[in-house]
Design a protein around this ligand. Structure first.
Ligand code: NAD
Length: 643
């Protein structure tokens, strides 16, 4: 059992499109009447600033537009003076993490309520952490006093954030989530939020790359920023943030540094936190977390090397030393050599290698095979083949299929193919006994409730059966209980359909089809009839018996090995082709027959179980029958072709 302590920081979050229109109401809700509006200069946030000013109107007591990166205390002092001169009673900030940082610094000094309107995905608004720079050194502190009372996330204000900043800012959010998963203070709630956040960022960024105005993707990123910041607030940060702060102190840009470092820290921590690494990989939907994340950043044109961010190689050793100088929480101890290794790889922009697990190798193999079909000109063919590959790979992986088992399977399929011929369809039989024929049938044919249900074709249909007139005998003298078949074909409204072709085939009283009786020279118990103007077809046959599917081939042996019986419930097959209507392939089952509940090809459907009613005496066409005969009376309803 996992014992944990979870601290939820109080905050009100308004998230959506156009939510900035609620800003004045949110300020008043906090008792605010004279707002200090905190912003930064720069063209990027000009529209957002204008929007916020408009919404606040007279509530703005003063504006301080000088927020800059890393929250220097001199700037905070300047802003404090403006705040006091205006006698402000509430702080509203609009901008990225730098602007949020200044608002938090002011709140720490004045205890004024804050409403923060983030325009990036840094997530600072959700954490009690404040990094301030004094005399060129950044010091990080944590206090609930810096947490805003309300956060208003308005996706509309983020549409102007360029793709490159969106990518690095999204990675900043992801870094909070990843480190929350590593944390000793993690709990089931932070785990869930963190994995959600990682998945949201991983899904949203490629969408933004395709369409930077994709509001849904940007809303996902805002949610991720909030969730990830919430995790960081509870679970804290570790080696990754430590290194980013050290590098930030050397003048590297904040969010870009996160993008470069995160894959390498994940690779470095993988041996100490294999389970977390696997969960990150799953959330990213990649085989290996570190290389998968690196590939994501690279594919989005994000930064992958510290060199490109301007760090001289000579700075690496010093940064590594600073990285381990102060204690930091992390899964597993990291030596200065470990950290130098991380920083060196990151400096060169090397793709991190994940641990070479069987799982990772298999996942990569699957993707390679799937990718090999990517250029298929027919998209349906591509989907069918890649789906097959994914399922078969998952099958062999899940069941840990051995070389010997796979060879056996290949031998089985080879024999199935070798046995198949126009007169013996072992592959259809295999599909039937595995229930696949019935599954495809359900998907293809049985979607209209007012038509007769379909059933599988089975392995014994032969193209072009002999034509037979009405009332003819199709059993050619074979022994058995005579069966008078009188069936009608109608449309779904019950209107009879004339000139419909009705193919019929069935087993004899011993359960054999003509194909299985080598002494027969002509087709027997199979015929083609045509409905008359009343949609009717009549003929004499014999009562079919239940029968075993052929047991002398690989499919029969498979059933025996699995201790499954081989029997089909007794039935007559029909294939009805009426002009202008969908072809119906079905079977009618003898209601007092055997194996109705355990048909070996899973073909029985309740509406197809019908009376083959026992009769004696006079027959419909005057034929003289000694003893019992049976009557099959049924109506097939077929659907018109669409269009
Ligand atoms: P930022 O606030 O410095 O903004 C980066 C750039 O993006 C700026 O030029 C800004 O004008 C522009 N910008 C912001 N929103 C925009 C928009 N919607 N459209 C166009 N341009 C826009 O950078 P950031 O990455 O948001 O934040 C980084 C700072 O936040 C760092 O100082 C970092 O330490 C801090 N931070 C703190 C925490 C915390 O928990 N305390 C968490 C994350 C980040």
């Amino acid at each position: 059992m996992r014992t944990f302590i979870h601290t939820t920081h109080p905050a009100r979050v308004v998230l959506g499109s156009g939510t900035v229109s609620r800003l004045a109401g949110e300020v008043r809700r906090l008792g605010g009447g004279r707002v200090l509006l905190v912003t930064s200069g720069g063209p990027g946030t000009a529209a957002a600033r204008g929007r916020v000013r408009d919404e606040l109107g007279d509530l703005v007591g003063a504006e301080f537009g000088g927020a800059v990166a890393h929250t220097p205390v001199e700037v905070t002092e300047e802003a404090l003076a403006v705040l006091r001169a205006a006698d402000a009673d509430c702080l509203v900030s609009v901008g990225g993490g730098s602007t949020t940082g200044l608002s938090k610094a002011l709140a720490l000094r004045t205890d004024l309520p804050q409403v923060i309107v983030p325009t990036t995905y840094a997530g600072s608004e959700a954490t009690p952490v404040l990094g301030e720079t004094r005399d060129g050194r950044k010091a990080v502190s944590s206090s609930p006093a810096v947490l805003p009372e309300t956060v208003v996330y308005d996706v509309d204000l983020t549409l102007s954030l360029p793709l490159s900043l969106s990518v690095t800012s999204g990675l900043n959010a992801m870094a909070h989530a990843v480190e929350a998963l590593y944390s000793a203070d993690a709990d089931p709630v932070t785990d869930r939020l963190a994995l959600d956040a990682i998945g949201l960022v991983a899904r949203a960024l490629p969408r933004l790359a395709a369409d930077p105005a994709d509001r849904e993707a940007r809303t996902g990123l805002l949610r991720a920023a909030w969730l990830a910041g919430t995790c960081a607030a509870t679970a804290g940060t570790g080696l990754h943030h430590r290194l980013c702060h050290v590098l930030g102190g050397l003048g590297l840009p904040h969010a870009q540094t996160h993008s470069v470092i995160l894959p390498h820290v994940i690779a470095c921590n993988a041996p100490s936190a294999p389970d977390v690494t696997r969960r990150i990989a799953r959330a990213l939907d990649v085989p290996d977390a570190a290389s998968g994340l690196y590939d994501l950043v690279a594919s989005l044109g994000g930064p992958t090397s510290l060199r490109a961010l301007g760090l001289p190689e000579s700075g690496l050793a010093g940064a590594a030393g600073l990285g381990v100088a102060a204690p930091y929480p992390n899964p597993g101890e990291r030596t200065v050599e470990d950290v130098l290794h991380v920083l060196t790889d990151a400096w060169h922009g090397r793709r991190p290698h994940g641990p070479v697990t069987t799982e990772a190798v298999l996942a990569r193999l699957t993707e390679q095979v799937v990718d090999s079909f990517a250029q298929s000109p027919d998209p349906r063919l591509r989907d069918l083949l890649t789906g097959l590959v994914r399922h078969l790979h998952a099958y062999v992986a899940e069941l840990d299929v051995s070389q010997a088992e796979w060879s056996h399977a290949i031998g089985f399929l080879t024999e199935t193919g070798q046995l198949s011929s126009p007169a013996r369809q072992e592959f259809v039989l295999l599909s039937d006994v595995l229930g696949i024929s019935s599954a495809v049938d359900v998907l293809t044919n049985s979607r209209t409730p007012d038509t007769t249900p379909s059933a599988v074709l089975g392995p014994f249909y032969v193209e072009g059966p002999p034509e037979a007139p009405h009332g003819s005998v199709i059993s050619a003298g074979l022994p058995g209980t005579p069966l008078w078949v009188d069936v009608t074909v109608t449309d779904t409204a019950g209107e009879p359909l004339g000139d419909a072709v009705v193919d019929v085939w069935q087993a004899d009283e011993d359960g054999f089809y003509d194909l299985q009786l080598p002494d027969l020279e002509e087709p027997v118990l199979r015929a083609r009839l045509r409905t008359d103007s009343e949609g009717r077809v009549t003929f004499w046959s014999i009562l079919p018996s239940h029968y075993p599917i052929p047991g002398d081939g690989p499919v029969g042996r498979m059933l025996t090995a699995a201790d499954r019986h081989h029997y089909r419930a007794p039935h007559v097959h029909f294939m009805v082709s009426a002009p202008g209507h969908r072809r119906l392939i079905t079977q009618l089952f003898v209601s007092d027959g055997a194996h109705l509940d355990s048909d070996t090809v899973f073909g029985v459907k309740d509406p197809l179980v019908v009376d083959f009613a026992p009769r004696t005496g006079a027959t419909p066409d005057g034929r003289v029958v000694d003893g019992e005969w049976r009557l099959l009376n049924h109506t097939f309803r077929v659907a018109a072709l669409a269009g």
